[in-house]
Design a protein around this ligand. Structure first.
Ligand code: AMP
Length: 487
């Protein structure tokens, strides 16, 4: 099955091909023809299945016909978080580039004025979190009577976040004659009730979860403290035969600081996060793909959709707040038949987050004890280790470490790595005696100026740097289309 078999327009097929896809995922293959036939739909699918394009693509073709009207969006997509709303908006921008559609993103934490202005000019697609939408609705800034296509995405997460009453209210403001698409990873009774009440004769599609228990990925959690994290990470990077690693952190500042600190420790590391413009991200990504750098520190949003072959390790420097992100993150290794290793650093504060991850993946992640002899209390350099050599295949990243600081006189205490269960014991890494020379740490890619987007509104929204990314809060890039844009 190809995208060309699904009944999409030629302009749309072109942008899909430009995005690099020619084969639809199972949810796309099943959903797209039904949505184009204007049917209601229940899609049991979670992120990672390609469900976003499953509704975005047919919506673009449906909305290609018809006219915008002030204050009356023609379609509405409800998302539980700002991050997901922005990702859907990115999809619209990517796939809708050959169409004249306008979109507005209504999310909390952003000035309301520009959003209201966008609505006044008329939009084809409104992507919103329920809270901000209700707020604007109650202020009389928006009319939902012209909205005859509704998408309720991640319905079960909406339920967890207490949004169902808002969604019921929103549904009741929309025309009764409309098309409704509901996506949810699970179907708990309140979501079933919602679907029964607001969908009419829906087509039901269920697709398998993406492989979260992928046997080609060996997973471990490592208990540590906030102060001990960097030591544990450096230790694992040096001793676990890492050839190329993606390291995820929850905050953009952590990504920046960690990349810098790894560089200072001699690792060939780069960074990719939402504060970087797309061209800088691409440069950094290319360096990682080309092996110029062997470690890429990333935020979730920046790394979404990232497909790099041969990533030997994924490290969750922070336990992800959303369990889905765990699946996305670790899925970056163990690709194409290769075996990958994924480590998640867990502090006491992460108890709930790791619990949620284990609930989603359906089992306890085996714990590995990394005993650094009091790590977290002493400065990292005091326990500077020599890189380990194992010399199979691609050179381990530790072999490339440039030891830019003299090794301390303090006796180096060998770290012990002890798996607690399931895994075969990991041999203690032999300490090499000789100094390993390596290529110099590559310079950071110059940050290219971001070219203004077409019809970009001004003044531009200034992203907040801190705090970022508390659960449910915006932690992603600030798209140029934040307010409204011609696609
Ligand atoms: P989603 O489930 O919508 O969050 O999508 C998960 C990832 O799959 C995203 O990074 C998409 O870019 C990617 N994707 C979407 N459609 C396809 C496709 N047809 N083939 C391969 N990857 C896809």
């Amino acid at each position: 099955m190809k995208f060309a078999d699904l009944g999409l327009s030629d302009e749309l097929l072109k942008s899909v091909l430009d995005a690099g896809y020619d084969t639809p995922t199972p949810i796309q293959a099943q959903a797209i023809p039904s949505v184009l036939m204007m049917r209601d739909l229940i899609g049991i699918a979670q992120t990672g299945t390609g469900k976003t394009a499953g509704f975005v693509l047919p919506m673009i073709d449906i909305l290609a016909h018809g006219r915008r009207r002030a204050l009356m969006p023609r379609s509405l997509i409800l998302e539980p978080t700002r991050e997901l709303a922005a990702q859907v908006a990115e999809n619209f921008e990517k796939y809708g580039k050959n169409h004249d559609l306008k979109m507005a993103l209504l999310i909390g934490g952003v000035q309301m004025g520009d959003q209201v202005k966008a609505l006044q000019e008329g939009v084809d697609v409104l992507i919103a979190t329920p809270g901000r939408l209700m707020d604007l609705f109650e202020r009389g800034k928006i009319l939902l009577t012209g909205c005859d296509l509704l998408v309720i995405d991640e319905a079960d997460r909406m339920l967890d976040m207490g949004f169902i009453p808002d969604i019921e209210t929103i549904c009741s403001k929309l025309p009764a004659q409309r098309q409704t698409l509901l996506f949810s990873a699970t179907m708990p009774p309140p979501i079933k009730k919602l679907a029964d009440k607001f969908l009419s004769n829906p087509k039901y599609i269920e697709v398998a979860r993406p492989a979260s228990n992928n046997t080609s990925i060996v997973q471990h959690k490592v208990r540590t403290t906030s102060r001990g994290k960097r030591d544990v990470l450096r230790h694992l990077l040096r001793t676990d035969n890492v050839t190329s690693a993606l390291i995820f952190a929850n905050r953009k500042t952590t990504v920046r600081e960690l990349a810098k600190s790894l560089q200072q420790s001699g690792f060939s590391a780069g960074e990719i996060h939402g504060d970087m413009d797309q061209s800088s991200r691409n440069v950094e990504l290319q360096k990682f793909k080309d092996g110029v750098i062997s470690i890429l520190v990333a935020s979730d949003v920046a790394a979404r959709g990232l497909d790099v072959k041969g990533v030997s390790h994924v490290f969750n420097f922070d336990t992800p707040w959303h369990p889905d992100d765990y699946v996305h993150r670790i899925g970056r290794t163990g690709r194409g038949g290769a075996t990958g290793r994924a480590f998640t650093l867990v502090t006491d504060e992460d108890a709930e987050a790791i619990d949620n991850v284990e609930k989603l993946t359906g089992g306890k992640i085996p714990e590995m004890v990394v005993d650094l002899g009091g790590a977290g209390s002493a400065p990292a350099e005091a326990r500077e280790e020599r890189p380990a050599r194992r010399g199979r295949g691609k050179a381990p990243v530790a072999d490339k470490v440039v030891e830019d600081k003299p090794v301390r006189e303090k006796p180096v205490r060998a770290a012990r790595t002890r798996p607690v269960r399931e895994e075969a014991p990991v041999a203690e890494a032999p300490m090499v005696e000789e100094r390993v020379e390596a290529a110099p740490v590559p310079e950071q890619a110059p940050r290219a100026e971001r070219a203004p987007r077409r019809n970009e509104p001004g003044p531009r929204y200034q992203p907040h740097d801190e705090p970022q990314g508390k659960p449910g809060e915006w932690n992603g890039p600030v798209p140029g289309f934040l307010n409204v844009s011609a696609l």
